[in-house]
Design a binder for this molecule. Sequence first.
Ligand code: ADP
Ligand code: MG
Length: 327
Amino acid sequence: MALGEFGLIERFFKRPARRAVVGVGDDCAVWQPGAGMQLAISTDMLVEGRHFFPDVDPFSLGHKALAVNLSDLAACGATPAAFTLALALPTVDEAWLAEFARGLLTLADAHACELIGGDTTQGPLNLCITVLGEVPAGLALLRSGAKAGDEVYVSGTLGDARLALLALQGQLRLPDNALALARQRLEQPTPRVALGLALRGVASSAIDLSDGLVGDLGHILKASGCGATLNTQALSQLMLMGSSASAAPTLALSSDQALTAVLNGGDDYELLFTAPATSREAVMQAALKSATRVTRIGQMDAQHGLRLVDAQGKPVTGEFASFNHFA
Ligand code: ADP
Ligand code: MG
């Protein structure tokens, strides 16, 4: 290694401490939470081959490594504060590291989230970030607060990252402009931090969508002891590139395939949340305040399990529903 471990840290990752009591350079970082605040802590690891392609551009990788962690803070309604970075690198490629650090620290600065420490070692490319956020005591949004009758919402658009993945794997052909949009969603997701903050005291439960809507909503259902019914008409509006019957053919995608990408895509990093029906106005205010698109997609039921209805409220059953894990 031309640049040793410490030279590398010094060059790419060490910056003057801002809010940190102690930042990069000692045995521990030291962080003083604000008065009356609790720390929300989350870790996400990105492994080459599993979470990203070996040739992904390093700026995007730096962005995404932090974005997926900030998304967890958003889901808890926590304000980003600081993070640590554990990095295994096969070689020291300074150009690669410079771009990686730029992607990482640009997003960090946009959220005033300070890099306060980490670990650096040689090995197969692997990135692990632990993020700290602050939330007023007792106000963290959890998976467990939803009640029957609450309404279900999702932020942004869903399924785009899935389409990008299928296209990059050669399983789907997308026009260049659609591929560029979809890749942006896959490689540089936007963590919905401002929306998470605006939903404190409004949402009854929340989760961020990393594994796909159906699976992640399942976590809310289990933690909250409810079921839910989703509306296919609302869901069909959720794909950025248009999953409506009219737009799908231009993507060589059936509307069922499009809906499947929305329901089971994964890598969306949008917020899924619930709120009482009486809070519709407050939810729309939160969406406006955070300049984030929010769509109501269904409601929570006392009856366990997940159901799908069409625009007329008729149950959707059969192969499509069972393939997508609906009761
Ligand atoms: P120790 O051996 O005491 O665990 P290290 O020698 O691994 O400490 O790291 C030296 C300092 O550099 C520590 O403050 C650590 O948090 C920080 N550090 C190591 N790797 C990174 C990294 N990739 N990004 C930011 N800080 C890092
Ligand atoms: Mg160490």
